[in-house]
Ligand binder design. Structure first.
Ligand code: AGP
Length: 617
């Protein structure tokens, strides 16, 4: 097995916080233990003790932290805790959370994109940094505001304005025994209510031993917690009420949070899980890809063969564009149910990539065995690391999407794309066809994706009105060119599998070769058209659709005046680097499918006739 399967502790950082009636250290560690499933390689807690901040941290497992606490107990009643899965900087005690100054202590999950600029600015003002982490810039930023005389709540409000990225934060302050601040932008956070006690956790599972009364912060929320309750502010700063719900997390390891369906929860989790997947393949501090050894010299690969089924196949199809364009290596791709029987000749020095969320799909597994028997080096991109496909691969490249429960794949898809994008960059670099600057630009574009995805899901309401129109249709077409073509295919698959509407994806250039016969004023046409080098060609196809009365729903970052065509709706996208485009444009197609299915009243998470894991032919 390769590096991917040998490495322990792959996962997502976990956050907990307690405003207790008595000493909280033991309960913080208990709560962290319930987040162990997310994976971690160091842990720590901090409390407010006699007005000062004190912390204990340890590399490795929680038992190491417990040993530290036995030797040097913490007595505070207000505390935060963290399990860290290293992204920026090695998994050492020095880099473990909580991070702190004399005034403030912070636990953090996610990526602070502009940490370099913040750090430089704060160092110039005299702040002394002790770690390699992006988190420490948050600590000094808040400290800086407090040094200007702002009280803690105002200092955090101000600091949040300057943070770019997708993240969750838990913050405590020296001299403030009854105060904790939480902030959510991209990564989930739950507040728990006890009797005269308050809790904070990355999810309700962490808080299950203490309370089942939970409020899930919404995107952009930040909250001020005291033992009396929580005051929640939205992105604009207004005080808002969020629902208080009874969690079933104690009975179930995965719950829906405050979402109606697992699919909705999984769409919303994408900023977090994409961050963590990218962090596994990118050295964030260096801004470079850090890819595991595949057991084959990347500069010697003559051909890459990709195979998968359904959504995972579409992830592979995007990768074909990336690997051919960025790394200049030819890629053969086919659905596994065909490749396994085609008796395709495979080259002596070939790499075979099998993509599968479950790792159990029968056709994909059979194709893996065919490729392996024909001398290919096997790397699998799987979400379930204990799966058969993982076990039978030479190297496993895990997606860190966490359990995907909804039958319609969403977060697993964008995590598959995250791994494949990094692989294309790694091959390109090894072959000397991708220079350092180009690699850095691609890496930057990838690390900005979680923030942009969070921005799209924040504007979810626009998809409801589009879904209302789609729910009246009989057929829906999806069009795209380049990497937007597989996104069109995936969008159509998503819509048909959960809404049962007939939908098809086409390469936009194929329109004239048949599908255009379907167009009339009852046919919605969803056009995936980032403003890239193929944009003008796609606009021409849109004009052909418009001329025949088709209702165009455009997903594009192009300014409206550049869209020389009448559209029924324009989902305005942020402009991002080309490598980031397919990941980002997948999200509106997921939300369109989801809301259409909800309106049509189907069983969104378990659509008829479908299974999550297809273990038979
Ligand atoms: C996706 O929404 C589908 N449910 C389906 O196409 C799925 O992607 C396919 O069955 C492959 O599954 P896998 O990723 O577990 O191998």
């Amino acid at each position: 097995m390769g590096w991917g399967t040998e490495r322990n502790g792959i996962g997502m950082c976990g956050i907990v916080g307690i405003l207790g009636k008595s000493t909280v250290a033991t309960n913080l560690v208990d709560a962290l233990r319930r987040l162990e499933y997310r994976g971690y390689d160091s842990a720590g807690i901090a409390t407010v003790e006699d007005g000062s901040l004190e912390r204990r941290r340890a590399e490795g497992k929680l038992r190491n932290l417990e040993r530290r606490l036995n030797d040097e107990p913490l007595a505070g009643r207000t505390g935060i805790g963290h399990t860290r899965w290293a992204t920026h900087g090695r998994p050492t005690e020095r880099n473990a959370h909580p991070h702190m100054t004399a005034k403030v202590s912070v636990v953090h999950n996610g990526i602070i994109e502009n940490f370099r600029a913040l750090r430089a600015e704060l160092e110039a003002k005299g702040h002394v940094f002790e770690t390699d982490t992006d988190t420490e810039s948050v600590v000094h930023l808040i400290t800086d505001e407090m040094q200007k005389g702002l009280p803690p709540v105002d200092a955090v409000r101000e600091a949040l304005q300057h943070l770019e990225g997708a993240f969750a934060l838990g913050i405590i302050f020296a001299g403030h025994d009854d105060l904790m601040i939480a902030a959510r932008k991209g990564s989930p956070l739950a507040i728990g209510y006890g009797a005269g006690e308050m809790y904070l956790g990355s999810d309700a599972i962490a808080l299950a031993p203490f309370t089942d009364t939970i409020t899930y912060l919404e995107e952009g929320d930040w909250a001020v917690l005291t033992r009396n309750g929580a005051e929640i502010h939205d992105l604009e700063g207004a005080i808002v009420e969020r629902p208080v719900v009874k969690s079933v997390a104690s009975a179930l390891l995965v719950d829906k949070g405050n979402h109606r369906h697992f699919m909705a929860k999984e769409i919303h989790e994408q900023p977090e899980v994409i961050s963590h997947t990218l962090a596994n393949y990118i050295d964030m501090a260096a801004g470079r890809v850090n890819f595991p050894d595949l057991g084959i010299a990347l500069d010697s690969i003559d051909r890459v063969t990709i195979s998968a089924c359904g959504t995972a196949y579409y992830a592979g199809l995007v990768a074909k564009y990336w690997i051919e364009r960025i790394a200049r290596v030819p890629v053969e791709i086919d659905v596994a149910s065909e490749l396994r029987y085609r008796e395709a000749p495979l080259p002596p020095n070939g790499l075979a990539l099998l993509v599968s969320q479950s790792g159990e799909t029968a056709d994909t597994l059979a194709t893996l065995r065919y490729c392996r028997a024909n001398g290919q080096r096997i790397a699998s991109i799987v979400n379930v690391r204990t799966s058969t496909i993982a076990r039978e691969s030479h190297t496993v490249l895990p997606t860190l999407a966490g359990p995907e429960i909804g039958v319609a794949s969403t977060k697993a898809f964008t995590c598959q794309l995250s791994v494949l994008a990094c692989l294309a960059l790694a091959i390109g670099r090894a072959r000397g066809v991708l220079d350092r600057d180009a690699e850095a630009a691609h890496v930057k574009a990838l690390t900005e994706i979680p923030r942009h995805v969070a921005g799209i899901v924040r504007h979810e309401s626009q998809f409801v009105s589009i879904a209302q129109e789609l729910s009246k249709a009989r057929d829906v077409l999806y069009l795209g060119r380049g990497t937007s073509y597989p996104i069109a295919l995936e969008g159509a698959l998503k819509l048909k599998e959960i809404s049962y509407l007939h939908a098809e994806g086409y390469a936009a250039g194929e329109l004239k070769h048949g599908p255009i016969a379907l167009i009339d004023d009852n046919v919605p046409v969803i056009v995936v058209a980032p403003e890239d080098d193929l944009f003008d060609k796609t606009i021409s196809n849109m004009q052909e659709v418009a001329a025949r009365g088709g209702q165009i729903i455009l997903i594009s970052d192009a300014a409206p005046h550049k869209v020389a065509c009448k559209v029924a709706a324009h989902i305005e996208m942020p402009s991002v680097g080309t490598i980031a485009t397919p990941l980002l444009y997948a999200v509106p197609t997921q939300l369109i499918a989801y809301h259409t299915a909800v309106i049509m009243g189907t069983d969104v998470d378990q659509p008829r006739n479908l299974a999550k894991s297809v273990t038979v032919e």
